[in-house]
Design a protein around this ligand. Structure first.
Ligand SMILES: Cc1cc2nc3c(=O)[nH]c(=O)nc-3n(C[C@H](O)[C@H](O)[C@H](O)COP(=O)(O)OP(=O)(O)OC[C@H]3O[C@@H](n4cnc5c(N)ncnc54)[C@H](O)[C@@H]3O)c2cc1C
Length: 469
C-alpha cells in the first residue's frame, strides 16, 4: 500500500518507521527540515536543540515502545535530574504531599489550604473544563503562591492558571493516569464509539463508562495504588531523560532505521485531493507547488488547523470551526554559549516572575559545546527578546556582552496546547486518512504526546486493514 505522510517531525517520522516495517511504501513530504521540532541546529560550534527539552515516560511510554519495536537502536538517554524553582536560592518544586507539607516556597497557611483542596478534589472529582484558577480563586492565597501556581501552569500548558485545566496539573504531577482523561476528551456526549479501539484495548468499555459517570479522579479512589503513591510519596521524574548528542539523536535513530522510505524535503503540501478516477480504492493526490504524489492512505502530521484549507474531505470540513479554533502557544528560546556554568546541577529550574524554564544541556553531554564552554537554554512564553535577555542577566548575573554564542528561536512547541475548551482531533478520520501529532492526543507532552498519537493511528490502521481482509 502506498502511504503519503505530510510533515516529517517526530510524529511523521515515527509513523513512517512503523508503517514501513509493516511492509508499506512510504513517502514523507516535509516543507522545511526533516525532524520538525525534534531537531538540533549547529551554531558557532554548539549543538543547539529546537527548544529546551526533557523527554517524558522513558520507562514504558509510547516513544520508547515504538523505538524498541521498530528502530535499529535507541538513543542513550541520561536521567534528567530534578526540577527547581529559583527564589532567594534554589528550592525543589513540591509534587508529593510530603513535599507540599515541607516546602518553604509558600507560606504555611497557603500550604494547608492547597493540600486540603487537593484532597477534596481527589475525593469529589471535577469537570474537564475546570481551570486551576477556579479551584483556588476563593482561597485568598498570597502573591508568591499565585505566581508559583501560575508558573507551573505555563510549564505544563503554555498558558496561565485561568486557561490551564486542572486535569493537566494533576496528570502532569502524576496524580491521575494520563489515559483516564481520554474518555472526557473524546466522548463528551457520553456515547461510546466502538471504533475507538485503542481505548478499548487499554481500558475496557465498562471502565470508560465508570470513569465518565463518576469523574476521572474517582479512578484513583477506586484502586490505582500506583497513582495514589505518587501523591503521597516522593517518587517522580526518574522516567525523564535527555538524549546524548541532543534532541537530534531521537530523529537520527528513526532516520537510520528507515530502509525504503522516500523523503522529500523542501516541498509544502498545498492540497490533498481525493483521486476519484479509480472507483475501487480511490486514494489521494498530495499536491506540492512542483509535484504531485499519489497514495492510497494519507497520514497528516502537520497542524490540523490548516487541514480545512487544503482538503475538501467532508469529515474535515464538518469540523472546520473546531479545527480553526485550536489554540497554541508561542515560545521564545534563548541559547547562550558561556565560559561559566551558573546552573551546575542535573535538571532544570523555573523562574516565577517571568515564567522561564532554564537548563544547562552540557551537564548531560559536554560535546554539545566547544571545549571549556557551557550551553545554556532558556525557554520563555510570550516574551520579547530584549526582555528575556534582561531577565537572564538579572537572575544569573550572566554578562550578555561576554557570551560566546547567542541564538534565538521562536516556535510553537505543541500544535494544540492543553487549555480549557481545547479541541483534540482523534487520529482516525477515515479508513484511509489519519492525523497524528500533538493536536491528535492530549496525553503527556511534546515528543511523548506525538508518539501517543502515532500509537493510536497504528492501532486504528491495523484494525482497518484486518477488517478489509
Ligand atoms: C521551546 C520548546 C520546548 C519543548 N520542550 C519539550 C520537552 O521538554 N519535551 C518534549 O517531549 N517536547 C518538547 N517540545 C515539543 C516537541 O519537540 C514537539 O511537540 C514534537 O517534536 C512535535 O512533533 P510533531 O511531529 O507533532 O510536530 P512537528 O515537529 O511540528 O512536525 C510537523 C512537521 O510538518 C511540517 N509541515 C507543516 N505543514 C506542512 C505541509 N503543508 N507540507 C509539508 N510539511 C508540512 C513542518 O515543517 C514540521 O516539520 C518543545 C518544543 C519547543 C519549541
Amino acid at each position: 500500500m502506498k502511504i503519503g505522510i505530510v510533515g516529517g517531525g517526530t510524529s511523521g517520522l515515527l509513523s513512517a518507521l512503523a508503517l514501513e516495517k509493516m511492509g508499506h511504501d512510504i513517502t514523507v513530504i516535509e516543507k522545511n527540515k526533516i525532524g520538525g521540532l525534534c531537531r538540533s541546529e549547529y551554531v558557532q560550534g554548539y549543538t543547539v536543540d529546537i527548544g529546551v527539552h526533557a523527554i517524558t515516560m522513558l520507562n514504558d511510554g509510547p516513544l520508547i515502545n515504538l523505538l524498541k519495536r521498530y528502530a535499529r537502536y535507541i538513543p542513550n538517554f541520561k536521567p534528567y535530574g530534578d526540577y527547581y524553582i529559583r527564589l532567594d536560592k534554589l528550592y525543589n518544586i513540591p509534587v508529593s504531599m510530603q513535599e507540599w507539607t515541607t516546602t518553604s516556597i509558600i507560606p504555611n497557611r497557603d500550604k494547608v489550604l492547597i493540600i486540603s483542596r487537593m484532597i477534596d478534589l481527589i475525593t469529589s472529582g471535577f469537570s474537564k473544563d475546570t481551570s486551576v484558577y477556579q479551584v483556588i480563586e476563593d482561597m485568598n492565597l498570597s502573591e508568591i503562591s499565585l505566581k508559583f501556581l501560575n508558573t507551573i501552569c505555563y510549564f505544563l500548558s503554555g498558558e496561565d492558571m485561568r486557561k490551564t485545566p486542572l486535569w493537566r496539573l494533576f496528570t502532569g504531577a502524576g496524580y491521575i493516569p494520563e489515559d483516564d482523561i481520554l474518555p472526557f476528551i473524546y466522548y463528551e456526549d457520553l456515547k461510546i464509539n466502538p471504533l475507538k479501539t485503542v481505548l478499548f484495548k487499554r481500558i475496557n468499555r465498562e471502565r470508560i463508562k465508570k470513569i465518565l459517570k463518576e469523574g476521572f479522579l474517582h479512578s484513583i479512589k477506586s484502586g490505582s495504588k500506583k497513582y495514589l503513591n505518587k501523591f503521597i510519596k516522593k517518587s517522580r521524574y526518574w522516567t525523564q531523560g535527555y538524549p546524548l548528542g541532543g534532541i537530534q539523536s531521537i530523529c537520527n535513530s528513526i532516520l537510520y532505521s528507515l530502509d525504503r522510505t522516500e523523503i522529500v524535503q523542501g516541498e509544502e503540501v498545498v492540497e490533498i485531493a481525493q483521486y476519484r478516477e479509480r472507483e475501487e480504492n480511490p486514494g489521494y493526490i498530495l499536491y506540492t507547488q512542483d509535484n504531485s504524489y499519489y497514495c492510497d492512505v494519507v497520514v497528516y502530521s502537520a497542524p490540523s488547523r490548516y487541514l480545512p484549507d487544503i482538503t475538501d474531505l467532508p469529515e474535515i470540513q464538518e469540523r472546520r470551526d473546531r479545527l480553526k479554533g485550536i489554540k497554541f502557544t508561542k515560545s521564545l528560546t534563548v541559547w547562550i554559549g558561556y565560559h561559566e556554568n551558573p546552573l551546575p546541577y542535573l535538571g532544570s529550574e523555573i523562574w516565577i516572575d517571568h515564567p522561564c524554564w532554564a537548563t544547562c544541556v552540557t551537564n548531560y553531554d559536554k560535546s554539545l559545546a566547544p571545549p571549556g564552554k557551557h550551553l545554556l537554554g532558556f525557554s520563555f512564553v510570550n516574551t520579547k527578546r530584549e526582555e528575556a535577555l534582561s531577565v537572564i542577566q538579572e537572575k544569573l548575573s550572566i554578562d550578555i556582552d561576554r557570551t560566546h554564542m547567542l541564538h534565538f528561536q521562536e516556535c510553537i512547541p505543541e500544535q494544540a496546547s492543553c487549555v480549557v475548551g481545547q479541541y483534540f482531533l482523534y487520529p482516525k478520520i477515515r479508513e484511509d486518512f489519519y492525523v497524528v501529532g500533538t493536536d491528535a492526543d492530549p496525553r503527556s507532552m511534546g515528543i511523548t504526546r506525538a508518539a501517543y498519537s502515532v500509537q493510536v493511528m497504528l492501532s486504528e490502521f491495523e484494525r482497518s486493514q484486518k477488517n478489509k481482509d
